[in-house]
Write a protein that binds this ligand. Structure first.
Ligand code: PTJ
Length: 252
């Protein structure tokens, strides 16, 4: 039950923040996750807390990529578990992807907690917690290098919602396709990914799910056309242009 008054002018934003704080208190969001969220909030405020045309275009391409994938994986960190637990589970079911807990601030305890939370939200299988299947991607210079042999290590397409630094570059070097969701179109992740959805995960995930239900009726040739026709650099430039126009407008 939310403690935020529905009459507060920024009720939705406060409710989202509340989910993250609850996740922090439950022990699956790290303190750094709260500040990462604040950075995201700032970008979201500037873009108008809405899904832009650029984000919708990226969502379509991302869905096509996920539907074409042979071994798609959705990577889940503390913030993602707190913000969109039902949605990551539903998306995994819809596109036939695996769910894997993968943390920047590695902690076996937190991995187990997040996996349990995802199971409580309907996940049948969660990778990334069984040491038997653990392996390392040496190119990644953070705790995120620890991956599951059945999941990220074997994946051809990885969805990284709300991400930090160098992992995207490393995954791409290994020949994997990366779909990122990041409110900052200038971040390294946003620029390194094959497809970047510049939107809040709380809006992007439901949209990805509904688009996946629609596009799953298309044949592979049509899906290829959608995925291959997407230009990430062009889309990110358009987002940066939109942000600078919004800033000019706000500061007038
Ligand atoms: O749970 P862990 O240990 O894996 O840690 C997770 C965090 C988020 C703490 C870790 O990945 C991290 O430090 O991330 P960064 O480097 O702060 O990057 C997070 C990016 O996500 C930034 O570019 C933010 O703008 C963006 N972001 C934050 N909140 C959202 C978001 N993008 C989309 N939706 C959000 N709600």
């Amino acid at each position: 039950m939310s403690r935020v008054s529905p009459r507060h002018p920024r009720a939705e934003s406060l409710r989202i923040r509340e989910r993250l704080v609850d996740g922090f208190r439950a022990g699956f969001v790290v303190p750094e996750g709260l500040s990462a969220h604040g950075r995201g909030e700032a970008f979201d405020y500037i873009i108008g807390e809405r899904t832009t045309a650029q984000a919708s275009k990226a969502v379509r391409a991302a869905v096509a990529k996920l539907l074409l994938a042979k071994r798609p994986v959705i990577s889940v960190n503390g913030n993602v578990a707190a913000l969109v637990p039902d949605e990551v589970v539903e998306l995994a079911d819809t596109v036939g992807a695996k769910l894997e807990v993968n943390l920047f601030h590695g902690s076996a305890e937190r991995e187990v907690r997040i996996a349990k939370y995802l199971r409580e939200h309907g996940a049948k299988e969660v990778f990334g917690i069984d040491r038997k299947f653990s392996t390392k991607i040496n190119e990644i210079h953070s705790d995120r290098r620890k991956v599951d042999k059945r999941g990220i290590a074997a994946a051809d397409v990885v969805l990284v919602p709300l991400e930090d630094g160098d992992r995207t570059e490393a995954l791409r070097k290994l020949g994997k396709k990366v779909v990122a969701i990041d409110l900052n179109p200038m971040s390294r992740t946003a620029r390194a990914a094959d497809i970047t959805i510049v939107d809040n995960v709380v809006r992007a995930l439901p949209l990805i799910i509904s688009e996946a239900k629609k596009l799953s009726r298309l044949d592979r040739a049509k899906l290829h056309k959608i995925a291959d026709g997407f230009d990430n650099t062009k889309n990110l430039r358009a987002m940066v242009g939109l942000i600078s126009r919004r800033l000019k407008k706000i500061s007038r």
